[in-house]
Design a protein around this ligand. Structure first.
Ligand code: ATP
Ligand code: MG
Ligand code: MG
Length: 383
């Protein structure tokens, strides 16, 4: 039967939970490897789940025994365990792709070979003030000092404005493997979700992302005031970048649109991505639907990746108190065409993604008008 294969997911946070929502509608069983009561497990009642961490090889081996295809909702997984299980179960995308992508410096080195434009960057090997000063002489100020690994939501980045910032930057990051990146003077941040199937590389429309304190706050689909030629160029760049990796599934590609309208790549995620949540309401098939289909070799009509209506996605981030994020969701209950997603992650911490709201409307202007009161609430509850 086409839907009888079982999918295993490393990680059961909100991304895993939304994958389960998709799989449930096709009656496809998803086995989650994560702690008991993780958000994805809460909406999936069967005894195929595994308790443990996606960083423990034994737990990954145990998950492999329960399913036909293994995938991951996060790139910071044990790829050596994935390499080992790949002889007995399919791993999508490939462990090689995840291993390269989870190290942002290796990811850039790999993409360079495929001619993908990126900000100039330099590796640090000693993490000393002298070494960073020498790198800054080449790249100029400001620059972004970045951890190669375990980076998310800007935790791992430090903006170095001048030589005076070097001690503080190294104090914050020196125990991690580092590289430095030339500052990108962008006029907009763009993202494209790409679906790699067994014989195609498909893309969703180009969206505009707005980050606050390095955390994604808003996504506008399509990107506002971006000419169709740039929309197409961004999709092409994203497809070209993802084609450089092996395996199937959805990848998130972040890009910078520079002042001269050229595009450079910021980074790739080997998984479904926050900037693709709008696809749940905005497109006939969401990024979660297409990920499940891609890894199981099920058909994906390319037209199902087109936008039905302009959409805006607003993240609900943990605020000053453990339940302040619920205020934003409560407010959204009364807004037409606002879809509320709460992730059930328990008590909120400042900066933690607790949910999101997507508004769709016939025009972007109408969507902007409808979501503005919610943006005000979200700004208000910020810690
Ligand atoms: P994510 O949560 O997307 O995985 P991350 O921690 O891996 O984030 P990046 O995506 O590298 O971090 O950077 C986070 C944000 O910092 C970017 O979206 C952008 O706003 C800013 N940024 C990153 N690199 C640069 C750069 N070279 N120049 C200017 N701004 C940058
Ligand atoms: Mg990242
Ligand atoms: Mg990023």
């Amino acid at each position: 039967m086409w839907n009888s294969r079982r999918v295993g997911i490393l990680g059961g946070g909100q991304l895993g939970r939304m994958l389960v929502e998709s799989a449930n509608r096709l009656n496809i069983q998803v086995n989650i490897l994560d702690a008991e009561n993780a958000p994805a497990k809460q909406i999936s009642a069967h005894d195929g789940h595994v308790e443990g961490s996606f960083k423990e090889p034994d737990a990954v081996r145990q998950l492999a025994k329960t399913c036909d295809v293994v995938t991951a909702e996060i790139e910071h997984v044990d790829t050596y365990a994935l390499e080992e299980i790949a002889s007995e179960v399919r791993v999508e995308p490939s462990w090689q792709a995840i291993r390269i992508i989870q190290n942002k410096f290796n990811q850039k080195e790999h993409l360079s070979k495929y001619g993908i434009p990126m900000a100039e960057h330099r590796e640090l090997v000693k993490n000393t003030p002298e070494e960073l000063a020498a790198v800054a002489d080449q790249l100029g100020y400001p620059l972004m000092l970045k951890s190669k690994t375990m980076a998310y939501d800007g935790r791992g980045n430090y903006r170095v404005n001048s030589k005076e910032d070097i001690p503080a930057a190294l104090e914050a990051l020196k125990d991690r493997p580092l590289y430095a990146e030339k500052w990108a003077y962008f006029k907009m941040e763009l993202a494209v979700m790409v679906v790699k199937t067994k014989d195609d590389v498909l893309s969703y429309p180009t969206v505009e992302t707005v980050q606050e304190d390095s955390i994604c706050k808003l996504v506008y689909a399509p990107a506002r005031n971006v000419p169709e030629a740039i929309n197409q160029k961004a999709q092409e760049l994203a497809r070209q970048a993802v084609a450089a990796f092996d395996g199937k599934g959805v990848f998130g590609v972040e890009m910078f649109l520079l002042e001269d309208d050229s595009l450079i790549l910021c980074e790739i995620a080997s998984r479904i991505h926050n900037s693709g949540h709008y696809t749940i309401e905005g497109c006939p098939l969401s990024q979660f639907d297409t990920h499940i289909r891609a890894i199981l070799d099920l058909p994906i009509p390319p037209k199902s990746l087109e936008l039905r209506q302009p959409s805006i996605m607003l993240n609900i981030i943990g605020g000053a108190t453990p339940d302040s994020h619920l205020k934003a969701a409560e407010h959204a209950l009364s807004i037409p065409n606002a879809s509320i997603h709460l992730y059930s992650k328990g008590a909120a911490k400042p900066g933690r993604k607790m949910g999101h709201i997507t508004v769709t409307a016939p025009t972007m202007h109408e969507a902007e008008t409808m979501i503005q009161p919610l943006i005000d609430v979200v700004d208000d509850i910020r810690a």
